[in-house]
Structures are given as C-alpha cells and as structure tokens.
Design a protein around this ligand. Sequence first.
Ligand code: AMP
Length: 304
Amino acid sequence: MSLIVFGSIAFDHIITPQADSGKIVGGAAFYAAIAAANFVDDIKLLAVIGNDFPQAELDFLTSRHIAYDGVQKVTDKPSFFWKGSYHKDMNNRDSLDTQLNALLDFKATVPDNYQDCTYLLLGNLDPALQLKVIEQLATRPKLIALDTMNFWMEIALDNLKKVLQKIDLLIINESEAKELSGENNLTKAAKKIRAMGPVYLIIKKGEHGALLFYEDKIFATSALVIENIFDPTGAGDTFAGALMGYIAQHQSHDFETLKAAMVAGSAVASFCTEKFGATRLKEIDRTHINQRIQELKQLTAYTI
Ligand code: AMP
C-alpha cells in the first residue's frame, strides 16, 4: 500500500533552554516519512529541496524505502530554513527566522509513478499547494489526511476551507481547533470543524495526548509521560506520519484502526522528543515502538 507524504523538507536551527542544535535537517515531510517507514515500505515523498541538501540524507531515505522521485531539487537556491527557540516550559516557541528559499516557487508536481498512491498525507504548507496535489491525482486515495496551522487560518482561510472539503482526516492542535471553529469547547469545535468536510478530526493536546472525533464518538489517547523532553520539534509531524503509516499497513481506516493508529503515532512521537531533530527517529525500529505501545497501554489500563 503506498503512501504519499507531502510537505516541507528543511534545514532547521533549534534552540532549547538546554542546548543549541546548530543547522540540522528537518521539515514536516522529513519527520513524517521517516516515522511512517516503520510501518510500510512504499512511501513516496513529495517536497522540494535546495542546492545545499546533503546526498547522505537522501541515501538514508532510500535505506528506509522512501522514494524521493517527487522531491524537486532547485539548483539556484538553498533549502527552506527555519530557526526556532523554545521557552522554558518547552510547550511554546518563537520562530526567529523563516527563509522560504527553494519553497518560494514550489509547484508541487506529482510524478506519474506516484499515481498509484492509496493514502495521502498533506503536511503543513500553503493550502493552495495541498489542493493542487489532490487535484493532480487521477484516482482519489482511500484516505486523505491534512495538517495545517494558525498561520494559514489567518492568511489563506478560503483555500483552507476548500481543501477541508476534499479530505477525510484533519490533524490539528488544540489552539488551532479553537481558532478554526471559533469555539472554546473542543466537542463544539469538533462538530463545527467536521461540518467543514473531514469525517475524522484529531485534536492534538501536546503532552496531554490527543482526541479523535468521528460521528458521535470520541476516543482519547495519552502521550507518554516523559521526564525530560529534549526537543519537541517535529513531534506532531512524526505523530501524523506514524499514524498514516499504521493505516497504510493495515489497509483500513475504520474507527477502531484509527484508534490503534493514534496509539502508534503517540509512541513514535515520544521518541522524536528525545534528541534534536530526527536523530532519535533514525535510531529506532519496530521493537522499540512495540515496547512503547505496551507502556502506553499500561499507562491507561485499569480495572473498575
Ligand atoms: P512542528 O514541530 O510539528 O511544528 O514541525 C517542525 C518542522 O516544521 C520544522 O522541521 C520546520 O522545518 C517546519 N516548518 C516550520 N515553519 C514552517 C513553514 N512555515 N512551512 C513549512 N514548514 C515549516
């Protein structure tokens, strides 16, 4: 089952209260693809890089069966660059620098050999580009998931609403859900957002886990309780990537599968926070992930 992962590939510079990463590889699609590769072999990356992106990182993707035919290389510009600094609580951060570079004229062209895709994850980028990707696919994927952020709600709401009508699953965080719906209560927010298009809605609540809304049902997952979060960058993208990888592996997207996929997503995302960037994600395999899934099960299991 093939999964297209669309989004940014970047150089990041992350500053936390404890450490400074210097320039490292990141981007939403980079995290999501590596996370998804723990579950399925056939992953197709759709993104853009500049003239400075290391071949060794592309070789790493190949080693994880992640195809990058759809990663356009811009020869006269560097890769997208983002610099962020975390507050003491590690929940909030300031963007210190965003240089679009190669992303500036990105056309998001879907290659012919991506047309057989069964699942599609649209990472956080301009909704106009997300729409363009959907429109280029001759056959509609079985499930289209989308991640977005406040920024697009503020500057591209019309296009965001258009793309919401074409997707099945929206994955956003709590503040984004409140902003998009204009509701403070998450159940009311979910109703309004689901009325905009997606049948499934996942609201991420950071260290407090995530909620899944479908019809009149709600499911809650916990995040693992971690003593030291080293770097939360990319944890949301990792969650989404692992979740879609799990769905693609099981070739199903019913409510029960989505519940399990959220647990798998939470487990993989917890690894992401342990080291800078995707460093820890590159070290783990299914044995590590299965162990964390068991820990998550124990965290929330009880007899009554
Ligand atoms: P997250 O921690 O889930 O917000 O994702 C972090 C990743 O998003 C970083 O690796 C950045 O390169 C990437 N990123 C930051 N700002 C943007 C943006 N405006 N557009 C696309 N990707 C971005």
